[in-house]
Design a protein around this ligand. Structure first.
Ligand SMILES: CC(C)(COP(=O)(O)OP(=O)(O)OC[C@H]1O[C@@H](n2cnc3c(N)ncnc32)[C@H](O)[C@@H]1OP(=O)(O)O)[C@@H](O)C(=O)NCCC(=O)NCCS
Length: 180
């Protein structure tokens, strides 16, 4: 585990695979909370704790393989936020990475944690020689404002790309950011 960088009352850390396994219950709770609060983040209302835990177990495997960098935000109450940086392994995209699953528990939002996770993910991308970043998000979610505020460029929105947790249609807005 890397040494934490403290910003006000929270610290951003990068977890290795063993630490990710240990953090699994807290990460599953963050995912459950985000879905319960209506975020379109790959899961539906009917998904269970076992589904969330499986997702994070797969993420830990990605961390072990070196393809995923898993960030968390920790307060005195435990882990309250997370984000992932996926280092693309295709031979023709050595300069590209994707940001995924930027999630902050509803009890810890609007304190700058999402922004801090994004800034750390961008810094780690640079350290890994990745200077083109890509992500997508629910066209109506708070994350869209966050990414615009942080200088990301909207490439466009694809209607009906995904579903909301209750089954309603959800467009996805695709963003990129050049660090070159
Ligand atoms: C999107 C998400 C990660 C943002 O997390 P967050 O920690 O609330 O993000 P921030 O605090 O950095 O910014 C959020 C807002 O708080 C404001 N803010 C930041 N620090 C603040 C502070 N100290 N006091 C008051 N407001 C503050 C920001 O200006 C921003 O305002 P805006 O939404 O009107 O633009 C969070 O809402 C979330 O988890 N949503 C559900 C999951 C999701 O959709 N994730 C995106 C998947 S790609």
């Amino acid at each position: 585990m890397n040494a934490p960088t403290t910003t006000q009352a929270f610290a951003i850390e990068s977890l290795d695979a063993a630490a990710a396994e240990t953090a699994l219950p807290e990460l599953a709770e963050i995912l459950r909370d985000c879905v319960a609060n209506g975020a379109s983040v790959g899961f539906m209302n009917w998904n269970t704790a076992a589904d969330y835990e499986r997702f994070w177990r797969d993420t830990a495997a990605g961390v072990a393989s070196g393809q995923v960098i898993l960030l968390i935000a920790r307060t005195g109450d435990g882990i309250v936020g997370t984000a992932q940086l996926h280092l693309i392994s295709k031979p023709n995209q050595p300069h590209r990475a994707e940001i995924a699953k930027v999630l902050v528990h509803s009890r810890a939002r609007r304190q700058g944690i999402g922004e801090a996770l994004m800034r750390r993910a961008e810094a780690i991308a640079r350290e890994n020689g990745r200077d083109l970043l890509v992500l997508d998000t629910d066209e109506h979610g708070a994350a869209r404002r966050l990414y615009n505020r942080l200088g990301w460029t909207e490439a466009g929105t694809i209607p009906r790309y995904a579903l909301m947790p209750d089954g309603a249609d959800c467009g996805s807005t695709f963003f990129y950011k050049s660090l070159a």
